[in-house]
Design a protein around this ligand. Structure first.
Ligand code: IPE
Ligand code: IPE
Ligand code: MG
Length: 253
């Protein structure tokens, strides 16, 4: 099927309100082409641009992309530096387009620990795009475990001050202390490059998210792949631990 046919098919089904993507495989893409890893990351930015456009056409309300994890600091310094430079460049070249797509950029993670230029770029794009109708969460210096610990610390501090009773802590309250406070959990998680793991991404929020893993490397990921992922999502039976309609009619004994 062509991209347009796939897109028309997607529009017939329930649209995910929130899609999360682990943008993985840049290094393997570059290696396969005998290019440096930097070229892979560059091609990864092009893929992000394509997916932002496709997401805008489908009016997906929230996209969350994993750009740099708390574990990615383990990479060689030059690679980290190159990634930070690409971030600055992306903000520079793409802010206008994000504005025209009616997108607010929001960073989840600890951007205050990024190098100065990256911090400034992030601050600027978030400020410029505030108050738009759709959202792009960029997970930067993000770790799911760290996010949960941050939430625990905030709640523990409130308990310590006598402002909160431990038994008053509910799942809803806990979620309000996460970086994604106020946002629905992702309906769909896409992981390109075939790894069957979530690599410390949105540990709390993915509890009932539909997972879609594809061998396609992120720099090769295009609108067609996004539509295929959404079509797969639309064919899933989301039971949330309950029974689907058909099952509920089955007898117990
Ligand atoms: C994802 O691509 C980009 C970041 C983690 C920042 P990788 O660099 O992890 O690509 P592979 O996994 O080595 O192919
Ligand atoms: C996950 O990819 C992080 C990002 C895409 C930013 P990694 O390449 O860091 O994950 P692992 O090391 O394969 O688990
Ligand atoms: Mg990787």
């Amino acid at each position: 099927m062509s991209a347009e046919e796939l897109r028309s098919a997607v529009l017939l089904g329930p649209m995910p309100k929130h899609i999360a993507i682990i943008m993985d495989g840049n290094g393997r893409w570059a290696h396969a082409r005998k290019l440096g890893r930097y070229q892979g990351h560059r091609a990864g930015v092009d893929a992000l641009r394509r997916i932002m456009r496709a997401g805008a056409r489908l009016e997906i309300p929230i996209l969350t992309v994993y750009a740099f994890s708390t574990e990615n600091w383990k990479r060689p310094q030059e690679e980290v530096r190159a990634l930070m430079n690409l971030l600055v460049e992306y903000v520079d070249t793409d802010s206008e387009e994000l504005l025209s797509q009616d997108i607010s950029v929001n960073v989840i993670g600890h951007p205050e620990e990024l190098p100065l230029a990256a911090r400034q770029a992030v601050h600027q794009v978030c400020r410029r795009t505030r108050g738009r109708s759709r959202r792009l969460n960029v997970a930067l210096n993000y770790g799911g475990r760290r996010e949960i610990i941050d939430a625990c610390r905030e709640l523990a501090a409130a308990v310590h001050k006598g402002e909160l009773a431990p038994e008053a802590i509910s799942e809803e309250m806990f979620a309000r202390h996460l970086y994604t406070a106020g946002q629905p959990d992702p309906d769909l998680l896409i992981r390109p490059s075939g790894e069957m793991r979530i690599s410390n991404f949105l540990l709390w929020q993915l509890a009932y998210t539909e997972l879609y893993v594809t061998p396609v490397l992120w720099p090769d990921f295009d609108a067609k792949h996004l539509y295929e992922a959404i079509l797969a999502y639309q064919s899933r039976d989301r039971r949330y631990g309950g029974l689907s309609k058909g099952q509920a009619e089955d007898s117990l004994c």
